[in-house]
Design a protein around this ligand. Structure first.
Ligand code: NAD
Length: 255
């Protein structure tokens, strides 16, 4: 247990599962109260709901059923944070991952990718930033990906979305910096979550073994690896860091 986020209130979208769940728990261990905003309360990988575990760690927590594509739902999540004292840290993390042959991609698939992974990230950041500006500051952490740094087939729409999140981050850093809100992007590599074990079979599958050969650290990442990087960006340890990208990829990209 530490105190890097003592007295802070964090909103974590997609906090029920995977990276958002690990980060919510680490934030709580470091003293934060956490609003878990997710489509579902049950972790995709199974286990106790994140908000229960945050409370077991001695912090306050609220689960808010929130589809990040609904601005009304997002307002409810921010209102829950208001009740805890107001949002100081946003982990803008909810997202989806799928690929597909460019020649076969439909407009509905394109729109879904952009709605969840770009438009929602923009409006969740806006809802949080309005409150942070009123409160005197905060830290926004947007989940991009190594796919936001390099084009990868057959994931064109995903790469486009994550690339947009990266430049959204840099623009917001300039816009919000004068109002004491820092904005940074996290770029995970291949992290073992339901997203990479089931939605797109990578970790634990043949593709994962192939990709391992390209990762200098010789292993796939764990949600906790990303959570520790998020803690750095959330806390005063990164007090003079904004408009930056932090890769958590075991050395995979090296750019
Ligand atoms: P995950 O599937 O384990 O968890 C995602 C969570 O987001 C789930 O709890 C899900 O219910 C929630 N969610 C999905 N759509 C939502 C919506 N419309 N509204 C609210 N909640 C919603 O995935 P993860 O691996 O933890 O991914 C988290 C983030 O990290 C995503 O943005 C993803 O693109 C990014 N990322 C993941 C990896 C990886 O290798 N796992 C790599 C790079 C980036």
């Amino acid at each position: 247990m530490g105190s890097l986020l003592e007295g802070k209130v964090a909103v974590v979208t997609g906090g029920s599962s995977g990276i958002g769940r690990a980060t919510s728990l680490l934030f709580a261990e470091e003293g934060a109260d956490v609003v878990v905003a997710d489509l579902q309360r049950e972790p995709r990988e199974g286990g106790e709901p994140t908000d229960d575990l945050v409370r077991a760690a001695g912090r306050q927590s609220r689960y808010v059923r929130c589809d990040v594509t609904s601005q009304a739902d997002v307002e409810q999540a921010m209102a829950a944070a208001d009740e805890l004292g107001g949002v100081d840290v946003l982990l803008n993390n909810a997202g989806i991952f799928f690929g597909g042959d460019f020649l076969e991609t439909t407009e509905a698939e394109y729109d879904r990718m952009m709605d969840v992974n770009v438009k929602s990230v923009f409006f969740v950041a806006q809802a949080a930033a309005r409150r942070m500006v009123a409160k005197g500051g905060g830290s926004i952490i947007n989940l991009s990906s190594i796919a936001g740094l390099q084009g990868m087939a057959p994931f064109t729409t995903y790469c486009m979305a994550k690339g947009a999140v990266r430049l959204m981050t840099y623009s917001l850093a300039q816009e919000l910096g004068p109002r004491n809100v820092r904005v940074n992007a996290l770029h995970p590599g291949v992290i073992g979550t339901t997203m990479t074990m089931k939605d797109v079979p990578v970790v634990g599958h043949e593709l994962g073994e192939v990709l391992l050969q390209t990762i200098p650290m010789g292993r796939h990442g764990k949600p906790e690896d990303v959570a520790r990087a998020a803690l750095y960006l959330a806390s005063d340890l990164s007090g003079y860091v904004s408009g930056d990208s932090l890769r958590v990829d075991g050395g995979m990209m090296r750019i």
